[in-house]
Ligand binder design. Structure first.
Ligand SMILES: *[C@@H]1O[C@H](CO)[C@@H](O)[C@H](O)[C@H]1NC(C)=O
Ligand SMILES: *[C@@H]1O[C@H](CO)[C@@H](O)[C@H](O)[C@H]1NC(C)=O
Length: 154
């Protein structure tokens, strides 16, 4: 999980999302975010686990490296379904960790937590039921168009 979590780059992306926040981003914030706080690891776990659930079969077909789900299945001698259930439990635990880090008083200002929280929420858009990240068609195309192509009237 530790190795696999790193592969989704979420701690880097969360850190990158702080660019442009001005003077609020102190050295302490960098220390905090690189020290694997629960909310950042939780976001990364959700990304990794939700991706595993929907994409492993397809990724193996195109000769991908071994997946977290396959390692877990082999290690525990489990079926794919049981492995998926374990992944779902991991997602539930990650959400509890994320919620806990948002309780007041928070370790860092809420602005920084909200970004990690939103990265976690975003996984529901990509990975609920289907791998809409790899197969970005249908509704996903509309979302991309809304964000990148069509201006949003304010
Ligand atoms: C987080 O998501 C909420 C709900 O979509 C949105 O209103 C808010 O602007 C987002 N905040 C940040 C910092 O991304
Ligand atoms: C995800 O993919 C499925 C199957 O192609 C599609 O029905 C659904 O609308 C897609 N969801 C999003 C958010 O793109």
């Amino acid at each position: 999980m530790r190795v696999s979590r790193t592969s989704c780059c979420y701690s880097l992306l969360i850190l990158a999302s702080y660019i442009g926040m001005g003077d609020k981003v102190t050295e302490n914030i960098f220390k905090w975010v690189t020290n694997e706080p629960k909310i950042v690891n939780g976001a990364a776990n959700i990304c990794r686990l939700m991706d595993e659930i929907v994409s492993t079969e397809f990724e193996q077909k195109r000769g991908h490296v071994c997946s977290l789900l396959d390692c877990y299945k082999k290690h525990h001698g489990m079926s794919r379904e049981a492995g998926i259930q374990e992944c779902q439990k991991g997602v539930a635990i990650a959400w509890k960790d994320i919620n806990r880090d948002c309780f007041r008083p928070t370790e860092v200002p809420m602005d920084f937590l909200t970004r990690a929280l939103n990265f976690s929420r975003f996984m529901d858009v990509f990975y609920t039921d289907k791998d809409n990240y790899t197969h970005a068609e249908g509704l996903m195309k509309t979302y991309i168009k809304d964000v990148m192509v069509d201006p949003i009237p304010i």
